[in-house]
Design a protein around this ligand. Structure first.
Ligand code: GTP
Length: 602
């Protein structure tokens, strides 16, 4: 099949609008899988994904479609993309390998935030979009409303919409002819020198690292030596082939195809999404493909084993998990309160919770996680900059004379909400220090709202809050909006004057009072039953802003005495007082790991 008859496409959709179901139907129509196969939703592979109903890793599948008019075969590559915004870099690389995309809209729900955000990404990358309206079998389906939205929100002609039911298979056969007619063929040249883009990679327990690669120019075959443009490392191709739907080895693959490659790579972190491969020895003067970005962690947490003796075992587990996910950053960390542990960086809070779940599911590991923090940037007077990812390392006011400004990361949040909740969502955004950017009434009783929000508020379950404010009807997506100067301070939690490093938090000045009060009150709950008086204080720049006291628990040392034995009673009480005084001056409050764990668990 010549490159002019290749079509690479993906599906742009909001969660649950039916991307996996539609993918299955297309694979059935082209005979890749059998209809009614128990192997349902082949494209969603990982367990965690299936459990949460989200696609985390991109998977692809090739198919051959015979044009009924010309009787010519076409080679189609469907590139699945993660739906969630945490994985935006992976989404853009997937789109970069495609000439077009199906824009899938649920006829009962209409356009949602994730569709909007992914649409803009696909549109900016120049993809040809084919609107598909799904779930028309449902009674609540409103096809005209969906058409209208497609026309108004995306400025796509509404008569190009294909109404389908992916579940029932209704009309789905109309999609394939539209793909070959409307989506352009890849523009690469098989006779040029090899240039290939890493779209995705994963670890296969049997064959090691597997990469999903878009061959832009040239060809690739078994035994070829390839060179990474960004790491400068060399590999020998052990196997190449297409996903059909599992790995199907081929002798050679060429320009325009999206294929899997087994490079015999030891360290999975060397496979970087967006990296370019050349043929070794044929790479002189070639420029890498554009769009490479180092993964940028946005949320950091400290992680500590609940039992400190577990550190070594867990270290292997952590390193292994981090090795397999190049977007996780991992560093060792020591806390006075919790001992040896790690600082982990994630792309977003979903990414963090998926990682944590894997840790617990696959390894049964018990870990204590500190409150998440975002990367703050300190700009010093001498012009140097520092990114702070551990709250304990945030400077206190005694260092302020060195600092010219403190910067806080922001995102632009895109939300779709039913009209009647506009007021409550706007006040939620304002309460979270949001800055309104855009407000647009959609034709369907929904509002498209854009706000700039501090990332710190976004990762503090903003999505949960906005769902709460809209009976679950709001949808949210976001993109990086850079750093802004901000009044950020560090709040320490002290127990009898000793700051508990694992509980230090960084926050905006406006939050210290409420968060301070809340923290001391909550920590008090978990510290009951001390034999002497304990003061729990929240301090900002060495100033106490909130305090709770736990009264000493008094043991009744006199209970076994006869009531008349006054002098003996006095003596005992004296001695108890003495003992307490001593404990107070020298005694260290022992805080059990359970108390930290209980406190840190939201
Ligand atoms: P993510 O993988 O979470 O992004 O979801 P998805 O977009 O892949 O959606 P999926 O295909 O898993 O479908 C979500 C739900 O909608 C499932 O319960 C499907 O059975 C259902 N569904 C999909 N297409 C149709 C349809 O045409 N009609 C009806 N009635 N239900 C559908």
């Amino acid at each position: 099949i010549p490159i002019s008859r290749y079509r690479n496409f993906s599906i742009v959709a909001h969660v649950d609008h039916g991307k996996s179901t539609l993918s299955d139907r297309l694979l059935e129509l082209t005979g890749v899988i059998e209809a009614g196969d128990s192997n349902k939703q082949v494209l969603d592979r990982l367990d965690v994904e299936r459990e949460r109903g989200i696609t985390v890793k991109a998977q692809t599948c090739s198919m051959i479609y015979c044009d009924p008019e010309t009787k010519e075969d076409y080679l189609l590559h469907l590139v699945d993309t993660p739906g969630h915004v945490d994985f935006r870099a992976e989404v853009s690389r997937s789109y970069a390998s495609c000439g077009g995309a199906l824009l899938l809209v649920d006829a009962t729900q209409g356009v949602q935030a994730q569709t909007v955000a992914n649409f803009f990404l696909a549109y900016t990358l120049g993809l040809k979009l084919i609107p598909v309206i799904n779930k028309i079998d449902l009674e609540a389906a409103d096809i005209d409303m969906a058409r209208d939205q497609v026309e108004h929100t995306f400025e796509l002609p509404s008569d190009e919409c294909i109404p389908v039911s992916a579940k029932k298979g209704l009309n789905v056969e109309k999609i394939l002819p539209a793909i070959i007619k409307d989506i352009p063929a890849p523009s690469g040249d098989p006779t040029k020198k090899l240039k290939a883009l890493i779209v995705d990679s994963w670890h296969d327990p049997y064959v090691g690292v597997v990469m999903l690669i878009y061959i832009v120019d040239g060809y690739m075959k078994k035994g070829m030596k390839i060179l990474s443009a960004h790491t400068d490392k060399r590999y020998e191709v052990k196997e190449v082939g297409v996903m059909y739907p599992d790995k199907l080895a081929m002798n050679a693959v060429r320009a325009g195809q999206i294929v899997y490659v087994i490079p015999g790579m030891k360290n999975p972190r060397e496979a970087m999404i967006g990296d370019t491969f050349f043929e070794y020895g044929q790479h002189e003067g070639l420029e890498p493909l554009p769009g490479f970005e180092e993964p940028k962690p946005m949320v950091f947490v400290g992680a500590f084993p609940a039992e400190s003796r577990d550190f070594d075992d867990m270290n292997d587990v952590m390193e292994n998990l981090a090795l397999n996910d190049r977007s996780v950053s991992l560093q060792k960390e020591t806390s006075t309160a919790l001992g040896l542990g790690w600082r982990l960086g994630f792309l977003g809070s979903l990414h963090a919770s998926v990682f944590q779940e894997r840790l617990e599911n696959e390894y049964g590991a018990k870990i204590i996680l500190t409150a998440p923090t975002v990367p703050y940037k300190i700009i010093n007077r001498d012009g140097s900059e520092k990114i702070i990812t551990n709250p304990d390392e945030f400077p206190s006011n005694d260092r302020y004379h060195d600092i010219s400004s403190i910067m806080e990361p922001y995102v632009e949040a895109i939300m779709t909400i039913p009209n009647e909740y506009l007021g409550s969502v706007m006040s939620l955004c304002e309460n979270n220090r949001g800055i309104q950017k855009d407000l647009e009434y959609l034709t369907t009783g929904q509002v498209l709202l854009k706000y700039e929000l501090p990332l710190a508020h976004l990762v503090d379950d903003f999505f949960g809050k906005i769902k709460g404010a809209t009976k679950g009807y709001a949808t949210l997506d976001y993109e990086d909006a850079g750093y802004k100067k901000s009044e950020i301070v560090k709040m320490e939690l002290c127990v009898n004057g000793v700051a508990q490093d694992a509980l230090t938090q960084i926050m905006h000045k406006s939050q210290v009072m409420s968060r301070g009060k809340q923290s001391v009150a909550k920590f008090k709950e978990f510290l009951r039953f001390q034999l002497f008086e304990v003061a729990i204080q929240a301090k900002v720049n060495n100033k106490v802003i909130a305090r709770e006291t736990i009264k000493a628990k008094r043991k009744d040392v006199t209970q076994r005495l006869h009531a008349a034995d006054i002098s003996r009673r006095k003596k005992l009480l004296e001695r108890q007082k003495e003992g307490k005084k001593q404990m107070k001056s020298t005694g260290k409050v022992h805080i059990s790991n359970d108390a930290f764990q209980a406190f840190l668990k939201k």
